[in-house]
Every structure is written in structure tokens, then in C-alpha cells.
Design a protein around this ligand. Structure first.
Ligand code: SAH
Length: 268
């Protein structure tokens, strides 16, 4: 049975002060088809103000999971994205909201995903942000970049919905901005053949008993999504290795007869 990615996505609010923002978040989530709300130590919850601001999305509030720590809220998640209104001292892998929507949607088809939002007055701590795989920043007016909490949730949930709609319409998701075209299937095929030959020449791969090594290497390279330039560099490395092996073998062949002669001589 296939998973419903929406059920694998959690929105996590950390230490929310104003219950109205919890209600606004529930509304934003339900509008975009999301349902799992986690609240880490909210100041006031349950709350009539939250119900009022949710404008009917009370099912999201009723099902909200209240926990004591961020660790509990993100337990079991394969992808955790933290949101931040400003640049932090230690740079972290960054996604824009669109990339965030795409990654969240894609990965939610495989495992649990969390998007974490911070306190109204001071956002998330560095320690909390370092628990996240990626950070996302909504590129607002740099002179006034901090959105209302529920509004920030709305933007991120909207991008998740857009990614869902794109996938549902069978449209390919936008490729990440990159300076090189991706390696083509043919060039990758040629690379794997070259790699296999080199690994055999090195004595690393036994052609009689190759096991799953090449499959695993393919999967490794697939995960990286090589571009054409990177592939050319790797082909160059393989060619240098093969040249090295060739000349080393040739030298050994030249040395061997002498060495044998020497050995014979000394034996004699
Ligand atoms: N003064 C705080 C802002 C907190 S706003 C600070 O400087 O960090 C409350 C939360 O809304 C943030 O923790 C974040 O989760 C979200 N948020 C607000 N503006 C955002 C933006 N431009 N990009 C990403 N998240 C944002």
C-alpha cells in the first residue's frame, strides 16, 4: 500500500507564545492539506484564542501533539528542515522555500519529515537549528525579513502544496540551479564501464565474483546526481589510473627477467 506523503509531514512550532499563532498555523496547514501539528512547550494551549484563529481547522488543533522537547517532536524523521528569519553565524545547507517544498514532498513519500518554526521573539536557537538537515529562509525584504509565525508557516505549506500539485500533474519538479548540465544516461553508462574495467585491472573487483559492488557504486553516484563536468573529471582520474597500471606492469615486465636472471645467478 502506498503512503500518503501528507500524513508523513509534521509542522513543529517551538515555544509559541501567542495561541493565536497556533490557531493561524492550524488554518494555514489545513488550507494546504497538512494535518500533523506538533507543539513543543507552547505557552498557552489548548486555548480559545487558538480555536478562534483556526477558523474551523479545529481538527488540526484537536490532533496536535504537545511535547516537552524538540527531540521528541522530530523523533523518527528522516528529514528535518529548520526555518530562520535571518542569517546565522555558522552557515548550513540552505534551501529556498520552493526547494524546501519539493524536498519535503519528495521525501515524505519515503519517510517522516518535519519543518520546524521558532519563537515569535527570537526564532530557533543555534542548538535547535543544528538538529536540522537544512535551513530555509523566506527571502523577504532584507530590511524587514521577519514574518509573522503563522504567515511563515503559510508560505512553507503553500510551497509543499505546489510541489504536490506539480507531481500530481506529472510535471517535472524544477531542477536546482546549477552551472553545468547533468550527466546524461549514456555518459554515465560509459563511465560505469570505464570504472568497472579499472577496478578489475586494479584487482579490486573479481570479474568471476563481482557481487553487488557495481550496483552499489551506481547507487552512490546516482545519489550525488553528477554533472557533466564532474563526470569528465572522474573519467580523467580513471584514465590516469589505467595509464599508471599499464606503465607499472610494463616496467615490472622489463624488470622481471633480469630479476629472475639475478636470482638464478645468485642461486648458482
Ligand atoms: N525575531 C526572530 C523572528 C522570529 S519570527 C528572529 O530574529 O529569529 C518566528 C518564526 O517565524 C521564525 O523562527 C521562523 O520559524 C519563522 N519565520 C519568520 N520569518 C521568516 C523568514 N523570513 N524565513 C523563514 N522563516 C521565518
Amino acid at each position: 500500500m502506498s503512503v500518503d506523503p501528507f500524513s508523513n509531514i509534521r509542522i513543529v512550532l517551538v515555544n509559541t507564545t501567542h495561541p493565536g499563532n497556533i490557531g493561524g498555523t492550524a488554518r494555514a496547514m489545513k488550507n494546504m492539506g497538512l494535518k500533523n501539528l506538533y507543539l513543543v512547550e507552547p505557552k498557552e494551549f489548548p486555548s480559545d484564542k487558538a480555536v478562534w484563529r483556526s477558523a474551523g481547522a479545529t481538527d488540526v488543533l484537536d490532533n496536535a501533539v504537545v511535547v516537552d522537547t524538540l527531540d521528541e517532536a522530530i523523533a523518527g524523521c528522516g528529514l528535518v528542515v529548520g526555518t530562520s528569519a535571518r542569517e546565522r553565524r555558522i552557515p548550513w545547507p540552505l534551501l529556498d522555500p520552493r526547494e524546501c517544498g519539493e524536498s519535503v514532498w519528495q521525501e515524505a513519500g519515503q519517510h517522516q519529515v518535519a519543518v520546524v518554526f521558532g519563537r515569535e521573539d527570537r526564532g530557533l536557537t543555534n542548538e535547535e537549528l543544528h538538529k536540522c538537515n537544512y535551513h530555509v529562509h523566506i527571502p523577504a525584504n532584507p530590511e524587514y525579513s521577519s514574518l509573522n509565525l503563522a504567515t511563515a508557516v503559510q508560505v512553507v505549506c503553500y510551497e509543499i502544496r505546489m510541489a504536490y500539485l506539480m507531481a500530481a500533474e506529472g510535471k517535472t519538479l524544477t531542477q536546482h540551479q546549477w552551472d553545468m548540465p547533468p550527466a546524461t544516461a549514456e555518459s554515465l553508462g560509459a563511465y560505469y564501464t570505464h570504472l568497472e574495467e579499472t577496478l578489475v585491472s586494479l584487482g579490486f573487483l573479481d570479474p568471476e565474483n563481482p557481487k553487488q559492488t557495481m550496483t552499489r557504486l551506481r547507487r552512490l553516484y546516482n545519489r550525488v546526481r553528477l554533472d557533466q563536468m564532474e563526470l569528465n573529471i572522474l573519467r580523467g582520474v580513471l584514465t590516469s589510473m589505467q595509464n599508471y597500471i599499464f606503465y607499472t606492469n610494463k616496467k615490472l615486465d622489463q624488470i622481471k627477467p633480469d630479476a629472475t636472471d639475478d636470482a638464478r645467478t645468485s642461486d648458482a
